[in-house]
Ligand binder design. Sequence first.
Ligand code: ATP
Length: 290
Amino acid sequence: MFIEMRDVEYVYGYKTPFEKKALSGVNLTISKGEFIGIIGKTGSGKSTLVQLMNGLLIPQRGDVIVDGINTKEKKKVKEIRKRVGLVFQYPEYQLFEETVYRDIAFGPKNLGFSDEEIEKRVKEVCELLEIPRAILEKSPFELSGGQKRRVAIAGIMAMDPECLILDEPTAGLDMRGRKRIFNIIERLHREVKKTIILISHNLEDVASMCERVIVLNSGKIYFDGSKHEIFENIQLLEKSGLIAPDILYLQHRLKMRGFKIERFEYRIENVADMIVKNIAGSITKEGGKE
Ligand SMILES: Nc1ncnc2c1ncn2[C@@H]1O[C@H](COP(=O)(O)OP(=O)(O)OP(=O)(O)O)[C@@H](O)[C@H]1O
């Protein structure tokens, strides 16, 4: 088990008049190599959950164990950060160095790596994240929105964490920028074998990449299972305040009309194949009756 959460509760403003319980009764296990999507409406506790996973927040109740280390062990915070890298929502707001190179190098430098190792890591992550060498000496403030986002992710990747958590990584990007970031994230999982945890309030984004989906609702885990199970249960999504993609409503409507649906799909081409198969089947059947 790589990350384990046992009966976790987190309260903001703990023991003050402004207490706000953000999470409670959270039990969760994540294995190396998984690609998990976390969805939930605004304020459901997604960001709090992932900040507990890299020791940025410490639960008042319960335990969070990362690769055998309890996040309550204060002396081991660096060890945890090395293993779990968290890319915040709008990470470009955290770019603060004079050049792109220095921004990407900041993390590994902090972890005490040699200049030679840092240079090697910066080169590697730039290739992975499609960051041209030509911009390394530029100020991060001169970059486009998509470039800034990729540089911010590169800064976390340069620390080579086993697990990469991305909190709404495409927020505010246009369609092309979103596609590019998602392609990169998929490659990090498939080729570089990183454990990926992706937060989104959008099931479509999550469905296109993850197999396992966790739905949060009012600070509790409302669902934890395969995306296909969720697809079958639109009410579950609606009850947790999420909007199901149109493609799911279409399949449910077709099912009500007698279509045989073995598995609810997200991809439009798979749905099209299923429709063709159903229609072909009914033509053959009718043909057989004659
Ligand atoms: N620093 C804070 N102080 C007090 N309450 C907070 C703080 N941060 C979050 N909260 C509250 O904790 C709850 C969970 O917030 P959290 O940010 O984890 O939700 P979220 O699902 O990530 O929301 P969003 O999708 O808007 O980012 C919310 O009710 C929120 O208002």
